[in-house]
Design a protein around this ligand. Structure first.
Ligand code: ATR
Length: 279
């Protein structure tokens, strides 16, 4: 890769950021498309995100992907936001205009639906309710995307009050985690958007056998790629969708926002990401 005086810089910011796969995906696409661009990680302190966004106003950097825990702050700091970022109450994309403006977008929902389209061909979000596990930012984004795609959403969460608040935003129903079996009846899909199973967090034991045989089970966690939830779903014969497909699915429209064209189709970025995940 040659960095020139005209190289267009974009990047990703989060905390922690060292294990982000986004630089690998975007730089592989840039190289294959022969775009004079580079995509780098930005490491900030918990308080430093606002300073970074202020410093980048004016367009020295084309844009940023934003990951945990800054997605809500990213939306709050932007001057304008897409309807889908407002619905998710979070932004994973900031684009810096030369006029000093900052525009927020959210491509996580697109990534989620693209992952289903890729790994669960024929899945129709509007055909049956979708059960979403969790009531944090990830769950809100998923609920926004599925509601927009015509699904009735069922929010299942350990803390019922949070499920009720989220369900109310999208006209869905709320269930406590110990009534997940009820929430799974007749669903078209189950989506795990909890942080359970992530480093240090407890593991969820879900009554997946309560789902119809046709249900698709998706986990936003991609490390490991086959999470305990996906393994349990597979053992029951359910179709599964993994979090890596969603990660790549949100990266593609982000790339277009930064570099002005969609990523080239002929690069197997999934294989690259898998190489890294498998260490
Ligand atoms: P994010 O923004 O990534 O979605 P979050 O706002 O911290 O993260 O939300 C984490 C979600 O995972 C919450 O829904 C949380 O449930 P509570 O609302 O009851 O806290 C859920 N969660 C985390 N650890 C869990 C566990 N061990 N069992 C069940 N749910 C868990």
């Amino acid at each position: 890769m040659r960095i020139s005086g005209a190289t267009r810089v974009a990047g990703v910011v989060g905390r922690p950021i060292a294990h982000s796969l986004s630089p690998v995906l975007h730089n592989a696409w840039l190289a294959a498309a022969a775009i004079d661009g580079v995509y780098v990680p930005f490491s900030v302190t918990p308080e430093g995100f606002g300073d970074l966004v202020r410093a980048l106003r004016g367009g020295s950097v084309a844009g940023l992907n934003v990951t945990l825990p800054f997605k809500e702050e990213a939306l709050a700091l932007a001057d304008t936001a897409s309807p889908r970022a407002r619905a998710a109450q979070a932004a994973n994309v900031l684009v810096f205009g030369e006029d000093g403006g900052v525009h927020a977008d959210n491509t996580d929902g697109m990534g989620l639906l693209a992952a289903f389209a890729e790994q669960a061909a024929g899945f129709d979000p509007a055909a049956a309710p979708v059960a979403i596990l969790g009531a944090g930012g990830g769950a809100r984004g998923a609920a926004a995307a599925f509601a927009e795609a015509g699904a009735k959403v069922r929010i299942v969460n350990r803390t019922l009050a949070k499920a009720e608040a989220l369900a109310a935003s999208f006209g869905g129903r709320a269930y406590p985690l110990d009534r997940a079996a009820e929430a799974f009846e007749g669903v078209g899909a189950v989506v795990n958007a909890t942080s359970a199973g992530l480093a240090g967090e407890g593991r969820l034991d879900l009554p997946l056998s309560a789902t119809p045989a046709t249900a698709v089970v998706m986990d936003m966690v991609y490390k490991p790629l086959k999470t305990p939830i996906l393994a349990a779903a597979e053992a029951l014969g359910r179709r599964t969708v993994d979090g890596l497909a969603m990660l790549i699915g949100q990266a593609a429209p982000s790339f277009e926002a930064f570099y002005g064209r969609p990523p080239p189709a002929d690069v197997d970025v999934r294989a690259l990401a898998l190489q890294i995940l498998e260490g």
